[in-house]
Design a protein. Structure first.
Length: 157
């Protein structure tokens, strides 16, 4: 017969109310930003809506749905655009990935790959076989103007 020696465990920490408030505020800030982006995309795509399915299922959904893009929205003090873009590329359902982002109180920018930008906004005949894997950044208002005047014949209604 062996005697079991109790293993000491660390005491359970009580939740930090300051950290909880900060986390909730960050979540709310993200939701407000997603609503803002959704409303701006509705100017070109009236069917645009927040992709709230993330909270309802394990399956990833775009932060803004009802557009021809897989949109990842980020509003943070420090935004890692490359990481957000890689995540959007991994999660996409086949739509071109874009990141709509803003540093606190900064300009809202849209980032995507150069190839996606060329495919959508220049002309499909300019498709290049070798495009550097870099991101291009465009102000949101300019991006939406380009979409409205897009030569690719995007359905906007």
């Amino acid at each position: 017969m062996t005697d079991k020696i109790p293993v000491p465990t660390a005491p359970k920490k009580s939740p930090n109310p300051v950290a909880q408030k900060r986390g909730k505020a960050s979540k709310v800030k993200g939701q407000v930003f997603e609503r803002l982006i959704t409303n701006r995309f509705k100017e070109v795509f009236p069917g645009a809506r927040r992709g709230i399915g993330q909270a309802r299922s394990a399956k990833e959904v775009s932060d803004v749905d009802g557009t021809p893009f897989w949109i990842e929205a980020k509003h943070r003090k420090i935004v890692n655009v490359q990481k957000a873009f890689e995540q959007a590329c991994k999660d996409t359902d086949g739509r071109p990935a874009i990141v709509v982002w803003r540093k606190q109180q900064g300009t809202i920018l849209v980032s995507t790959s150069v190839q996606t930008f060329l495919d959508w906004f220049i002309n499909s005949t300019l498709h290049l076989s070798k495009v550097p894997a870099v991101l291009i950044h465009v102000e949101l208002s300019e991006f939406l103007t380009l979409l409205a005047d897009c030569p690719n014949g995007i359905e906007t209604s």
